[in-house]
Design a protein around this ligand. Structure first.
Ligand SMILES: NC(=O)c1ccc[n+]([C@@H]2O[C@H](COP(=O)([O-])OP(=O)(O)OC[C@H]3O[C@@H](n4cnc5c(N)ncnc54)[C@H](O)[C@@H]3O)[C@@H](O)[C@H]2O)c1
Length: 331
């Protein structure tokens, strides 16, 4: 039974913009923050960390996946409050992963920072920031000033093609797409997209990273929404439209999709797991790039975002969760 002693060793890295540029924090179990570098059993000595940009739903999930595989992680988000909450979210994910038997070995070390300037030698960068092309280009351009050329820049975008994002970066060849699903530590496959500018080295680096994480790549073309978001997100939008029109409530829509049509969970519970704000952002990306009217976010989704009812992460969306939490394991 996992308990507090199974928490990953953590530390906050000093960084120029950090509110807490202090020295290392001790880990919850009192382990040395340098444990990984000293080569504890199951942790390859001196293994370079994974740099994860964005400590939201997916950044925390990808971090938990990497830590569960013994890989150290530096998790970066400019929002210091979010980073505080992220440490608890990652711990909750790890407990779930341990309870479900998908994290059995020693955990990697978690470090956090409000900017990536402390990161130099990293195995790869995984970008999981807000679904907006400009925000992503800015975050990845910033990290290029820190990590050496040839470091794979892996985008976890749901919808933005690599061919669109790459030209905005100083090192377009290093960019490659890997669409982890939510929650990443439970879902064994990853949708992978190589853009027209992606180098062989970046693609090979991503393949090696996914192997290290025990994830199977499924390669698809570089198109808006790739395959999964192109199919799933308009379907969720339609499900919300059904609720909006009064034909059925969310519970009935989900029950029918689950119990009659064999979906793992209903589309509206999935919307809550994704985060309705992120879903709306992704639908807008799809609408703009495909012209498909089905992708125009419906009024009900927009109203939920306006009211701050974002799903599990805010404690309420189509369902009420009682308290905010990102540790959803609904699919
Ligand atoms: N939510 C899902 O189920 C899901 C699934 C697959 C892919 N994605 C994709 O993953 C990405 C992240 O989605 P999310 O749901 O985790 O979003 P989120 O809104 O939960 O988190 C985004 C985080 O990015 C941070 N951020 C913004 N600018 C940053 C910067 N310059 N550097 C570092 N951090 C920055 C924000 O502070 C926020 O904490 C999006 O591209 C999304 O489309 C989401």
């Amino acid at each position: 039974m996992p308990g507090d002693t199974d928490d990953p060793p953590t530390r906050a890295l000093a960084s120029p913009s950090s509110d807490n540029p202090s020295s290392d924090n001790p880990s919850p179990d009192g382990a040395s923050p340098d444990g990984a570098a000293r080569g504890e059993p199951g942790r390859p000595a001196g293994e370079r960390p994974l740099l994860v940009l964005g400590a939201g739903v997916m950044g925390c999930g990808i971090t938990a996946l990497a830590l569960s595989r013994g890989l150290p992680v530096l998790l970066v988000d400019p929002d210091a409050d979010r980073l505080d909450a992220a440490r608890a979210d990652v711990r909750a994910h790890l407990r779930t992963a341990q309870l479900l038997g998908v994290a059995t070995g020693p955990l990697g070390e978690l470090s956090t920072a409000t900017d990536p300037s402390g990161a130099h030698e990293v195995v790869a960068v995984v970008e999981a920031v807000t679904e907006d092309a400009e925000t992503k280009a800015k975050a990845l351009t910033g990290v290029c000033a820190t990590v050496p050329p040839g470091t794979p820049l892996v985008s976890n975008t749901s919808s933005i093609p690599m061919g669109e994002l790459a030209p905005a970066l100083p090192r377009p060849g290093d960019l490659v797409g890997a669409h982890f699903m939510n929650p990443p530590y439970l879902i064994p496959a990853v949708e992978v997209a190589r853009g027209p500018l992606t180098s062989d080295a970046a693609f090979t680096g991503l393949t090696a990273l996914l192997a290290r994480l025990g994830r199977a790549p499924v390669q698809v073309g570089d198109a808006p929404g790739f395959v999964t978001s192109r199919l799933l997100h308009p379907m969720i939008n339609d499900a919300a439209r059904v609720v909006e029109s009064g034909t059925a409530d969310a519970a009935a829509v989900d029950a029918l999709m689950r119990d009659c049509l064999g979906h793992r969970e209903g589309p509206l519970r999935t919307a809550d797991l994704i985060g309705i704000d992120n879903l709306v952002d992704s639908l807008r990306v799809l609408r703009l790039r495909t012209g498909d009217e089905r992708c125009e976010p419906c009024d009900l989704l927009l109203a939920k975002v306006g009211a701050g009812h974002l799903g599990r992460k805010s404690g309420r969306g189509f369902y009420d969760y009682g308290h905010p939490g990102r540790e959803g394991t609904g699919r």
